[in-house]
Write a protein that binds this ligand. Structure first.
Ligand SMILES: CC(C)(COP(=O)(O)OP(=O)(O)OC[C@H]1O[C@@H](n2cnc3c(N)ncnc32)[C@H](O)[C@@H]1OP(=O)(O)O)[C@@H](O)C(=O)NCCC(=O)NCCS
Length: 338
């Protein structure tokens, strides 16, 4: 048994790591939307700007049977580490998870970080079965539930067309002082800096439970570099913003990250309206405009998925109108390292 750090571009170890993730996916949550494995491979090869991911794999008889990842941000949240831990289904309850977790904690500490998160799935009523292993494992090792998160999916066609049109017209009427602008791919130059500013206030506008996190520090350069890396990953972006007509201020944003074929899904990222401009149905207006753009420009996409804090009642109410329904919880667990 050996543990090594995956150093891209070590293609063989990287393939072993992706095979491990695939095996865990098919064993533990076969009903879940299948990740695009080529995108996942490229994500390891090409890190996003302002982020570092350290991957460690455990080999037995020449095969990758367990792994950990540590995600570190380098511009903000320097106290935090976002981690993952996977053990191949055929090699569980042999102490591998515990062995790798102890190394992980040391690694997080060595990076000067003082809190780390790992996640655990939880079945919801009427949803598919989920193993209690991760939760039991994390609680045994002193982690506490910090943020209950719901994973939700919807068909792109799940809203009845007449209801959608009525909601859209009512939202557009209520937001007459604002212009909706949609695009795919790179952000037009004029919106780069304002969008970076909006990104820099987004994280703490959503419920974070017991997680102590600060806003990200994003500027126009990081935003542009991030888009270039997403293109390298094979991902596309489908975005709608709202601009206040009089001041030209960018006040709302919603985005889908679109996976390439053979995937059939798009991931709904942040939807945000700045506090001063709430109450004009802008959240609904940008979301409907963006779903319409998604259908038109990405006909291979049939499923939208998203994750929301269980406590995010306003967003969950809007999502329900789009036909989203929770399929499971993907809860965040926290350990203070010092
Ligand atoms: C969670 C996971 C990493 C545990 O790996 P593992 O190698 O089986 O863990 P260990 O053998 O070190 O188990 C340590 C303890 O965790 C608890 N535990 C692990 N699996 C459990 C299960 N199925 N039911 C109840 N408790 C469990 C037990 O207390 C166990 O100690 P014991 O075997 O002496 O009773 C593994 O099940 C896994 O990869 N699951 C899928 C991926 C996942 O959910 N990852 C989320 C991040 S934690």
């Amino acid at each position: 048994m050996t543990v090594i750090e995956l150093r891209p571009p070590d293609a063989e170890t990287l393939a072993g790591f992706i095979d491990l993730r695939r095996a865990v996916h098919h064993h533990d949550w076969p009903d879940r939307v299948e990740p695009n494995w080529e995108v996942e491979r490229r994500r390891v090869l090409y890190p996003s700007p302002g982020e570092v991911e350290l991957v460690e794999v455990l080999f037995e008889d020449g095969r990758v049977i367990a792994a950990t990842t540590v995600g570190l941000t380098t511009e903000d949240n320097l106290h935090h580490a976002n981690c993952d831990l996977l053990v191949h289904p055929d090699f569980r309850r042999r102490g591998h998870g515990t062995r790798l977790l102890l190394r992980l904690v040391e690694k997080v500490r060595a990076q000067g970080r003082t809190q780390m998160t790992l996640w655990a799935p939880e079945a919801i009523e009427g949803g598919a079965w989920r193993s209690p292993a991760a939760r039991a494992f994390l609680e045994k090792h002193g982690f506490t539930l910090a943020l209950p998160v719901m994973f939700q999916t919807a068909s792109v066609e799940s809203m009845d067309p007449q209801t959608e049109e009525d909601l859209y017209l009512s939202a557009v009427n209520a937001s007459g002082d604002y212009e909706l602008i949609s695009w795919t791919g790179s952000t037009p130059e004029e919106f780069l800096a304002p969008l970076a500013e909006l990104d820099s206030m987004s994280l703490t506008q959503t419920p974070l439970g017991e997680l102590e996190l600060e806003d990200e520090k994003v500027d126009a350069n990081r935003r542009r570099a991030n888009e270039a890396v997403m293109a390298k990953h094979g991902l596309d972006v489908c975005r709608t913003i709202a601009v206040h007509r009089q001041s030209r201020e960018l006040v709302a944003n919603t985005v889908f990250v679109v996976y390439p074929e053979p995937s059939v899904h798009a991931y709904q990222g942040i939807t945000i309206v700045t506090p001063r401009h709430r109450g004009h149905k802008l959240g609904m207006a940008v979301k409907i405009a963006n779903v319409r753009q998604l259908r038109q420009k990405f006909p291979h996409v049939s499923i939208m998925c998203t994750e929301n804090a269980r406590a995010n009642v306003h967003m969950n109410a809007i999502n329900q109108q789009f036909g989203y329904s929770p399929t499971e919880c993907v809860n965040e667990y926290l350990l203070k390292v010092n």
